[in-house]
Design a protein around this ligand. Structure first.
Ligand code: SF4
Ligand code: SF4
Length: 337
């Protein structure tokens, strides 16, 4: 008999890949995850200060992934904590949050990140439900790439106090080349939260990758400003990693330019963070991808993906024949910054 909270996994449509696989029977969709797995958990000082649970696996295969050891699990052979019952994790979360160190740090909420927590949504709901039995005021942050179905987003809005939301590209072609998935559901969900759940939006987070999504910064800022110019935005300086291990990091100047761009289109609440000016070398665009992408930045991102093993162009993990044996997920970088 399947526990009620696991029923969604019998025909999984938690994210917009809508794979409809039976994860309880071991079938795998784009995320390649069956049962919920926790990669790690710790008190985390980054705002909002929290006890952060990093769930394993992701529905994206981003060329720039900073958390590839977690997100591309289980195919990359990296070790993680494993399966933890929702009640057990809820007890651990509360204990840590209310510990001496947690209070000293000012941690005031649980924070679910990954990977992508959406792919384990029923599990997270169950952890939160258990935590709130003994501590009803427990605050919860959901950190997402935004590729949720509308139904999943409604569920997330029901239990969250705050949401941190990544935006990687505005144009579909560039978003697909970077992540393997469409931009439209991400933008739809971003607009929905900004319009109907403004109080829950902690901030939009935009990774800034030189030459890969630099041209996307202005349209993304304009998109946000068109909804509400007071929405909070954080630009994250890209650090060379994963398939972009040799690529140069974002420069200090570029990060300052992003803030100026946001200001130019009317945004009023912005900052940037991360380590800038890490050296690297931009690789050449691969002739094999040129016919599949019009946009130069999409071509560059796709070239990195191709070299990392991505077999389908234009990239689209949802319909890719190799989605269960994707070589990108097994890529191990030599350099990590
Ligand atoms: S990629 Fe999304 S829809 Fe597909 S199995 Fe994973 S969570 Fe479910
Ligand atoms: S090979 Fe297929 S599943 Fe893997 S990243 Fe490329 S498009 Fe996505």
């Amino acid at each position: 008999m399947v526990e009620k909270w696991l029923e969604d996994l019998e025909s999984c449509q938690l994210c917009e890949h809508r794979c409809r696989v039976n994860r309880l029977q071991g079938e795998k969709g784009v995320c390649c995850m069956t049962f919920p797995v926790v990669a790690s958990a710790c008190l985390h000082p980054a705002p909002p200060k929290s006890y952060t649970v990093f769930t394993a696996g992701c529905n994206f295969k981003c060329v720039n992934c900073q958390n590839w050891t977690i997100s591309q699990y289980p195919d990359n052979g990296q070790s993680v904590r494993g399966s933890i019952g929702p009640q057990e994790l809820a007890s651990e979360c509360l204990e840590q949050l209310h510990s001496f160190v947690g209070r000293l740090m000012g941690a005031d909420r649980l924070f679910f990140s990954g990977g992508e927590p959406t792919i384990h949504l029923p599990y997270i709901e169950e952890v939160v439900r258990n935590a709130r039995i003994s501590a009803p005021d427990t605050k919860v942050n959901f950190d997402t790439n935004g590729y949720l179905t509308e139904e999943s987003l409604e569920r997330v809005l029901r239990f969250t106090t705050s949401i941190t939301f990544d935006l990687k590209a505005f144009h579909n072609e560039v978003h697909r080349a970077i992540t393997g998935a469409d931009a439209q559901p991400v933008l739809r969900n971003a607009r929905h939260i900004a319009t109907y759940a403004r109080d829950k939006l902690w901030e939009f987070r935009i990774p800034v990758i030189p030459g890969v999504n630099e041209g996307e910064i202005e349209p993304l800022c304009q998109f946000i400003a068109d909804v509400d110019s007071s929405l909070p935005v954080c630009f994250l300086a890209f650090r060379p990693n994963f398939l972009l291990e040799e690529h140069p990091g974002a420069t200090f100047k570029l990060m300052e330019r992003c803030v100026a761009t946001g200001r130019k289109v009317g945004l009023r609440s912005m900052y940037w963070s991360g380590q800038a000016n890490i050296s690297g070398k931009v690789r050449e665009i691969d002739a094999a991808v040129e016919d599949y992408y019009q946009h130069p930045e999409a071509r560059l991102a796709a070239s990195y993906a191709l070299r990392g093993g991505c077999a389908t162009h234009p990239r689209e993990c949802k319909i890719c024949d190799f989605r269960n044996q994707c070589r990108v997920k097994r890529y191990i970088p030599h350099r990590s910054t």
